[in-house]
Design a binder for this molecule. Structure first.
Ligand code: SIN
Length: 319
């Protein structure tokens, strides 16, 4: 049985729904010894910012059961370096290049978007509205719908490229933020970034991270990510790109059923840098086993009642 693994995120066609997640795969080619980039649906870069950033002081990573905490703080060499030194190396990678841009002001986001607009190798911009490790963990651009919309509107104005808004799980209603960025011109939503958490050394009475709080990622957050993908996909019409704890081909298919059009593999790349290739190669077999000819048929196929009921109380999950 021939199966198709092709998916679309808006107008962008991907050979399969598997993408690397920002910050877990370098800028893309660093992992070529483990997996050919041409195998993947796309590569999402580490966040690039207007100016170089040294990141937060160490320690800025801590292991947790089924996951990890990070408080990197968007360390990167800045957008000028990225344009001059990194982008030329990505030409001919044989996969879609999605550049993740970050900032601390609306102007920062717009500046990066404008500078990348003429770069043909960049096929979409993922706007990191949701890094919990800057601005005192206040997450202004992903917890305030107006600020989220302002950032996306400014990026929309600065570029013709597809704009993906990467949202935070650290909110009461991600669907409301999703609606705001959709109205501001986002072409897709990436859900979710990390969950704000912390770890403690009880003997020293100290937090393990220099910043006290950091972002939790890995398999531990997959159930949260699935729930939020469902909420987003039922709140907006634009496509959803899932991120959050996926580590297998089955996980990828779960996220598609939840409503995602593509799925990013993140923390699992640190556990096994070759896993993302194994996941891609596994997909056709899983589809064949379930007699599914086209992977796209799974997208949003969840048979859940809308609205969802919790002990008789109806939670609104609008379509
Ligand atoms: C970081 O660099 O602090 C992680 C990026 C993010 O969570 O958006």
């Amino acid at each position: 049985m021939t199966v198709s693994t092709i998916v679309h995120v808006g107008a962008l066609e991907l050979k399969n729904p598997v993408l690397s997640a920002s910050g877990t795969y370098g800028h893309g080619l660093e992992m070529s010894n483990f997996v050919s980039p041409a195998l993947l649906g796309g590569l999402v870069s580490k966040t690039v910012t207007r100016k170089p950033r040294p990141g937060n002081a160490p320690p800025r990573m801590a292991e947790t059961p089924s996951g990890m905490l990070n408080s990197i703080g968007l360390e990167n060499r800045g957008i000028e370096y990225y344009k001059k030194e990194v982008l030329p190396t990505l030409r001919g990678a044989g996969t879609r290049i999605i550049t993740n841009i970050g900032g601390e002001s609306v102007e920062d986001f717009a500046y990066c978007a404008e500078l990348l607009d003429s770069e043909s190798v960049v096929e979409a911009l993922e706007v990191n509205l949701s890094c919990p490790n800057i601005q005192g963990a206040k997450l202004p651009f992903s917890t305030d719908a107006n600020l989220a919309a302002a950032a996306i509107a400014a990026v929309r104005k600065a570029t013709k490229k597809p704009v993906w808004a990467k949202l935070s799980p650290n909110v009461t209603s991600i669907g409301d933020i999703a609606k705001a960025v959709e109205a501001a011109g986002a072409d897709a939503i990436t859900a979710i970034n990390t969950l704000l958490g912390m770890a403690i050394d009880w003997q020293k009475r100290l937090p393990l991270l220099s910043t006290t709080f950091g972002g939790l990622s890995g398999p531990a957050i997959k159930p949260v990510a699935l729930r939020m993908v469902v909420e987003c996909s039922r709140s907006v019409r634009i496509p959803i790109v899932a991120a959050g704890g996926a580590r297998s081909a089955d996980d990828v298919l779960e996220f598609l059923v939840a409503g995602a059009s593509a799925v990013q593999i993140g923390t699992w790349n640190f556990v096994d840098p070759a896993a993302i290739g194994v996941i891609v190669n596994e997909l056709p077999r899983l589809l064949r086993d379930s007699k599914i000819a086209d992977i796209a048929d799974l997208i949003g196929s969840l048979r859940a009642p809308t609205p969802v009921k919790f002990e008789g109380v109806e939670a609104s999950l609008e379509r």
